[in-house]
Design a protein around this ligand. Structure first.
Ligand code: 5GP
Ligand code: ZN
Length: 112
């Protein structure tokens, strides 16, 4: 838990979210500003600032998060999806609590 972190507050239930999946380690919820018909965030309950500050001891947790992407995408009816982890200000990260974006559901995702 990190004071003032918006995702820690969502995990604590202080801010409402549209949850897709939850267990002891992870919360998955829909992005509040989706950039595709389906756009959700896979967020660990442990406050890790970014991929750049993840440690060797986070390896299993990060693997678990990654493997949730295809499982949940399939459950939500996506035939394909894109994953994205923004890291650092220059990497487009706005919320400094690591998360995997998963989005899809549209035929015209930009080819970047
Ligand atoms: P970043 O730019 O850090 O990779 O992505 C942060 C994402 O969190 C953005 O896509 C933004 O829309 C989403 N987000 C920010 N605040 C909230 C919130 O309070 N609720 C939800 N569901 N998503 C949020
Ligand atoms: Zn946090």
């Amino acid at each position: 838990m990190s004071a003032g972190c918006i995702f820690c507050r969502i995990i604590k239930g202080e801010i409402p979210s549209k949850n897709i999946f939850e267990d002891d380690d992870v919360l998955v919820f829909h992005d509040i500003h989706p950039i595709a018909p389906v756009h959700f965030l896979i967020v660990p309950k442990l406050h890790i600032e970014s991929l750049a500050s993840a440690k060797h001891s986070d390896q299993v947790l990060l693997g678990k998060m990654l493997l949730l992407a295809p499982k949940l995408a399939t459950e939500l009816g996506l035939e394909g999806f894109r994953t994205m982890i923004n890291t650092g200000r220059e990497g487009g990260q706005d919320v400094f609590h690591i998360h995997i974006h998963v989005f899809g559901g549209g035929a015209n995702l930009p080819k970047t």
